[in-house]
Write a protein that binds this ligand. Structure first.
Ligand SMILES: *[C@@H]1O[C@H](CO)[C@@H](O)[C@H](O)[C@H]1NC(C)=O
Ligand SMILES: *[C@@H]1O[C@H](CO)[C@@H](O)[C@H](O)[C@H]1NC(C)=O
Length: 798
């Protein structure tokens, strides 16, 4: 009796241990899973990661993989068999000799982990997401962390030689067109690759972690630490941060994935599902996939004849040009083919003008794919030249005629591209299908052609009319819906805030972000359309306008600006003496902080920022309904958003100058070192003062040094603008840029172009300075930059 009791006691005591054994994460030799809908995966002890078969949406195919088991979308972080799916009833077995072996339902081996004739004693699904094969001596013989696919997890690292491959698409896990690698030189790079030879094309992201002079200072491996920070560890133990942002406290999953679109992205996700959108982006590289994938080979971010643009999350999306259709209808990011024949054999039968037409598209460019450039030439001659040339598939016109042939590569849609783009089509096969880039003009053309074709039939004309009317009704309704006002939102989508609200949002104006000429800026958070938005609140302390109306009209002018290189105004407060402006918050701080830090940004980043500021200024000067002269362009007034895009801030606050109002006799605005000479002289102040300040700023960006170092001492060589001119004249451009020598992204001709543009901008004679529109075209390389004259031919007051 007593022994029975004893046994019972023992059993009760052991029960939890027995139950736990199942969840211990360990997998015995001989264990197997069969690919069916209800197959049980092997779980980690915490149940957070699972190893097993995942059914691929809308198919009867399975992928042997590892995934987050506790979150609703069960994101896959590793997969076997190069991402190739296997049929139902396939089986995975853990063997002692060959590790994990995957075979189909007939027993044919499909894949196995790369271990042979070893002595595996068990496998273990770790809580970190690592699936490990352990030897009897307790050593790890194989693990998924050392054989990554497209994702890295915390505690995983990537040594030199490590590679991640992008998938083909969201749901096709086979190897896609992009790869990221840790290279011998110490850099982490992302590049497109040629299929199927694996030839690596030019990288579009290169970490600045190579030091040819000091091997020990070069990168050794990429680390993703337990708390979710990614950085590159140098040979001497120094680190280069990839995760520059602060991550949320514990309670989050972290991962970094080379996404199928070629963007390397770090994400986090709350462990307890809270209903918020699933994965949040921490950082992504490159900043602009469409523009940053360059080089002469390959198709660019999208396939051939396809055009890349960024969506509102700054992810690339691809759309075939009008008249073209996808080669593989399921692969939107792939190549497109003309929906008509473009042939040189037609000529002779009838004239090219009879056979072909040109569609005018807007905002589209294919850099580098021209085979002929004609200049000087008129637009009409350019169009005629392309029409009658059987090689010409498209032409771009702006003073010169760039003729492009198939396949068109590196297609990019860019709102700032202000040349005319013409695409050839064959009249017999009107390009009625295929996604369109909205362009009123060519829609009109199409409607015209269609109506002519259908002219004989009154019935069809009536149908057409009905469709057009319906269309207009739809557009009108859509607009009407968009324009419905919200309670506290003005017509510009601006929000009124009460002072109390802002006081609460900033916790009583606690955290100071910076001090500017107009007041102090504080950090805060508000609830905007059901999400919490981080804001920067500028408390104006020095108002030139006293009347309410003037303040309101200034605010409304600022609110009317919409450009991706400007900081957006979210709302304002105007209560008695309290005047506050509420802006979106820029996570990456000021340009000054980036430029003058110890680790200098790479050339690609510098040129991207320079170009962004030029475009933003061109917009302020030429494209707003009211011209805005900034008057205080300097690195402290340029902010960087989460993608390191330059955003101009503090514009519209200096007294707004109307277009014909040329000179204000008030005190000099702006900051020493950046102000143009005309402020001191009796000549009109125009937008050209901004061009001057931009020139100084551009040189600072190029050189990553302050224009005014030791300015007070007056040492000649310490003034950057003089130094730039001297180096340029003597052909010593290399002395200007403090770039890690191995920065392969640096393009010397681009550098030369940027320096020349900078020198044009700082000309003492304002009329010699180009407009900002011209500046951005010169920086882009679409117009030539003439050799600049000496910026200050008469010894100046500077
Ligand atoms: C799981 O991974 C962690 C972190 O790498 C490691 O310390 C631990 O030993 C692993 N667990 C087992 C049972 O190997
Ligand atoms: C991870 O890295 C960050 C940034 O370098 C550091 O602050 C943190 O302490 C590290 N965490 C661990 C667990 O090492």
């Amino acid at each position: 009796m007593s022994s029975f009791l004893y046994l019972l006691l023992l059993l009760t005591f052991m029960l939890p241990i027995l139950v736990n054994a199942q969840d211990s994460g360990a997998v015995e030799i001989g264990a197997s899973i069969t690919a069916t809908d209800d197959a049980t995966p092997w779980l980690s002890p915490s149940g957070e990661f699972a190893f097993g078969f995942r059914k691929i949406q809308n198919t009867d195919l399975y992928l042997l993989s590892i995934w987050y088991h506790k979150i609703p979308d069960k994101t896959i972080v590793w997969f076997s068999n190069d991402g190739i799916t296997v049929p139902r009833k396939s089986k995975v077995v853990l063997t002692a000799l060959h590790g994990i072996v995957l075979s189909d339902s007939l027993g044919k081996e499909l894949w196995k982990s790369g271990t042979n004739n070893t002595d595996i004693s068990y496998a273990y699904m770790n809580n970190t997401g690592n699936f490990m094969l352990m030897g009897s001596d307790g050593f790890k013989l194989w693990d998924s962390f050392s054989n990554p696919t497209d994702t890295l997890l915390p505690t995983q690292s990537m040594e030199i030689g490590g590679v991640l491959y992008s998938r083909v698409s969201e749901t096709n896990f086979a190897k896609g067109r992009f790869q990221s690698r840790m290279l011998k030189g110490g850099t982490f790079e992302i590049n497109p690759r040629e299929m199927p030879t694996y030839n690596a094309y030019r990288s579009y992201y290169v970490s600045p972690t190579s030091d040819p002079n000091d091997k020990n200072n070069s990168g050794l491996y990429l680390s993703f630490n337990e708390t979710g920070y990614m950085y590159i560890v140098r040979g001497n133990g120094g680190i280069y941060d990839l995760t520059k942002q602060k991550l949320p406290a514990p309670g989050y999953y972290h991962r970094a994935t080379l996404d199928f679109d070629g963007v390397f992205t770090q994400y986090y996700h709350p462990k307890e599902f809270t209903g918020t959108p699933s994965w949040t982006v921490v950082w992504q590289e490159p900043g602009n996939m469409c523009a940053d994938v360059k080089g002469v080979h390959g198709s660019g971010a999208c396939g051939f004849n396809n055009v890349c643009s960024l969506d509102d999350k700054r992810r690339p999306v691809c759309e075939c040009i009008k008249g073209y259709v996808l080669l593989n209808p399921r692969d939107e990011y792939g190549s497109c083919k003309p929906n008509f024949s473009l042939s040189c054999d037609d000529n002779g039968l009838s004239s090219a003008e009879e056979l072909y037409g040109l569609l005018e598209l807007r905002d589209i460019d294919w850099p580098n794919s021209e085979y002929a450039v004609q200049t000087p030439i008129s637009e009409i001659e350019c169009k005629r030249s392309c029409l009658s040339d059987c090689f010409c598939a498209a032409a771009i016109y702006s003073n010169a005629c760039w003729k492009k042939k198939l396949p068109l590569a590196h297609g990019i849609r860019d709102q700032n591209f202000n040349h005319k783009t013409f695409v050839k089509f064959r009249k017999a096969d009107l390009p009625l299908q295929g996604p369109n880039f909205p362009n009123k003009k060519d829609q009109d053309n199409l409607i015209l052609v269609v109506s002519v074709l259908l002219f004989s039939s009154i019935f069809f004309n009536i149908m057409l009319l009905a469709v057009v009317c319906l269309g207009f009704f739809y557009i009108y309704r859509k607009k009407a819906i968009q324009h419905q006002p919200h309670n506290t939102v003005t017509e510009n989508n601006l929000r009124f805030f009460t002072f109390k609200e802002l006081e609460k949002a900033t916790s009583g104006f606690k955290e100071e972000l910076g001090r500017g000429a107009f007041g102090i800026v504080y950090k805060g958070a508000v609830q905007l359309s059901s999400t919490t938005t981080i804001i920067a609140v500028k408390k104006l302390d020095r108002m030139t306008q006293d009347t309410d109306k003037e303040f309101k009209s200034e605010v409304s002018i600022i609110a009317q600006t919409h450009h991706k290189n400007l900081v957006r105004l979210v709302g304002f407060c105007d209560e008695g003496r309290q005047r506050l402006l509420v802006y979106e918050y820029m996570v990456n701080g000021t340009l000054a902080r980036l430029l003058f830090a110890d680790v200098k940004p790479g050339w690609m980043q510098r040129s991207h920022i320079g170009l962004g500021i030029a475009r933003g200024l061109a917009y302020l000067h030429e494209e707003c309904s009211t011209q805005i002269i900034h008057c205080d362009i300097k690195p402290q007034n340029i902010l960087l958003d989460e993608y390191h895009n330059a955003r101009i801030s503090d514009f519209g606050l200096a007294k707004l100058l109307n277009i014909n109002q040329s000179r204000t006799n008030t005190a000099i605005r702006g900051t020493k070192g950046y102000v143009a000479a005309e402020w001191f002289r009796n000549i009109p102040v125009t937008v050209k003062v901004d061009v001057y300040s931009f020139g100084v700023l551009l040189l600072e960006i190029i050189c990553c040094r302050r224009s005014v170092e030791n300015f007070e001492l007056g040492g000649g060589k310490d003034i950057l603008t003089d130094l730039a001119w001297d180096c340029f004249r003597e052909g010593r451009l290399g002395d200007l840029v403090e770039i890690e020598k191995e920065d392969e992204s640096i393009k010397w001709n681009e550098l030369g172009r940027f320096v020349m543009v900078g020198i044009w901008c700082i000309q003492e004679d304002p009329s010699l300075r180009p407009t900002m529109r011209k500046v951005s075209q010169m920086l882009e390389g679409v117009v030539d930059v003439p050799y600049p004259p000496c910026p200050s031919p008469f010894s100046s007051t500077r």
